[in-house]
Design a protein around this ligand. Structure first.
Ligand code: AMP
Length: 427
């Protein structure tokens, strides 16, 4: 089968790496891809917003499955358009993708189906929103509806901060003025990401991960797309996973089916594990980045039949096998990220780095210049390693990082600290 992956980051590199190892995969394409993905797939130029161009490409190349990486094309309905043209595509329809595209939609769905999530209200105007915040007090969380590339959430420590966030969102501080905001209670606990494959009727658990969103060591500094991650998350015991499936994922799949918008694809639940159990913070309708970079190395089974089974509604009785090892990824970013940074700087030592035991390097933002690799984004490399313990995975990842010669890059030096502290406390 010929396969097309849409996207260009570390997530898509990890997916391409895994899919390329499948005996069922013939020719693998990625649009637009990057210099690392080019080792696994033929990279092609396609505008992801141009669904007609994607359809034409798939018809010409006899693509048997399209795997959509990022959320924007999913929320824009690329799966609907490909399917209408008779092309199989992995990912939710535009309607089902509202789980990520609209926070208000998801919160109402949770309330109607008794799915545990923070208490909330939806607002279309600043006045009533501020009244609500004053009544509830702080800390409180203010969220803009719609996709905001991770920037639409303010966890306000004071009422004044919450009021400022309301003014900012309705005042166009996120680009365009928010048409609606959600204000919700602040949850206390440990955050974890959980992934499940869904086929419209049922769901199969994938795995858990935890990421580090802040740019600096000790989880300090501004938020980023993610500076590192590890899988599994130690807090996600078998019992906790069962609760998440029974109380959150499966009721969501049932609810969407009942709404006539069956959810097919990967469901990425951002969870808070509180004293009373798991609570949903948010849904994403695609694989996580950088979480996928630590999920794929742990997956023993072939990914491709699982994606096909999800697409074809055949996940019932489907089973996936995982390596018990921990996988950990360190993100190397261009200095200045998440603010302004330089592009086109030379990266050397990647071959030497990938020779460290258990290491796999996924490219997030690189371009080729002959045989050389140049940076081409903010987050540039994912240096991933597997190990019997989190500590071993971390040591291997940083041993590889230290072989990479890229003066214009940086990384955090403490990825996995919380899990390692837990490990140390046990031993
Ligand atoms: P979201 O985009 O909804 O995942 O929110 C981004 C981040 O804000 C999350 O990863 C959490 O760290 C934090 N957050 C969002 N909602 C809440 C909440 N209700 N309580 C505490 N933290 C939250």
């Amino acid at each position: 089968m010929n396969i097309l992956i849409l996207g260009s980051g570390g997530r898509e590199h990890a997916l391409a790496w895994k899919i390329a190892s499948s005996p069922l995969a013939d020719k693998l394409y990625c649009a637009p891809g990057n210099a690392g993905i080019a080792r696994e797939a033929e990279c092609v130029t396609l505008d992801l917003a141009d669904h007609v161009a994607a359809i034409t490409f798939c018809q010409e190349k006899k693509i048997g499955l399209v795997v959509v990486g990022p959320e924007a094309p999913l929320c824009a309905g690329i799966v609907d358009d490909l399917e209408k043209a008779g092309i199989k595509a992995f990912g939710p329809s535009k309607w089902a993708a509202r789980l990520e595209g609209s926070k208000g939609f998801t919160k109402d769905l949770c309330k109607a189906n008794k799915i545990p999530t923070a208490a909330y209200e939806r607002f279309k105007n600043a006045g009533p929103a501020k009244d609500y915040v004053r009544r509830k007090g702080a800390p409180i969380v203010v969220k803009a509806d719609g996709l905001a590339a991770g920037k639409g959430v303010v966890v306000a420590e004071t009422v004044a901060e919450a009021e400022a966030a309301i003014n900012m969102m309705f005042g166009g501080g996120l680009g365009t003025p928010a048409w609606e905001i959600v204000i919700e209670d602040c949850l206390v606990g440990e955050e974890v990401s959980f992934f499940a494959l869904c086929d419209g009727e049922t769901a199969v658990a994938l795995a858990s991960a935890q990421d580090h969103k802040r740019v600096g060591d000790g989880d300090k500094g501004p938020n980023t797309g993610g500076m590192g991650a590890y899988s599994p998350a130690p807090i996600m015991t078998a019992e906790m996973q069962k609760r998440v499936m029974d109380e959150i994922v499966l009721p969501t799949v049932r609810a969407l089916k009942d709404l006539g918008a069956p959810y097919k694809g990967v469901l990425f639940a951002g969870l808070m594990i509180t004293k009373t159990g798991p609570q949903l913070i948010e849904y994403n309708v695609r694989f996580g980045d950088p979480e996928t970079q630590v999920l794929m190395p742990r997956l023993m089974s072939d990914l491709l039949p699982a994606l096909m089974a999800a697409h074809d509604g055949q996940l019932k009785n489907f089973d996936l096998r995982w390596y018990p090892d921990t996988a950990l990824t360190v993100v190397m970013a261009a200095k200045g990220y998440p603010g302004a940074y330089e592009k086109g700087t030379l990266i050397e030592g990647l071959d030497a780095a990938s020779q460290v035991e258990g290491v796999e390097i996924f490219h997030a933002g690189t371009k080729a210049d002959g045989n050389r690799f140049l940076s081409n984004g903010g987050r540039v490399l994912n240096v991933c390693a597997s190990g019997k313990t989190v500590r071993e995975a971390q040591q291997r990842a940083y041993a590889a990082v230290d072989r990479i010669k890229w003066p214009e890059g940086f990384c955090r030096r403490d990825i996995g600290w919380r899990a390692i502290a837990r490990e140390s406390a046990k031993s």
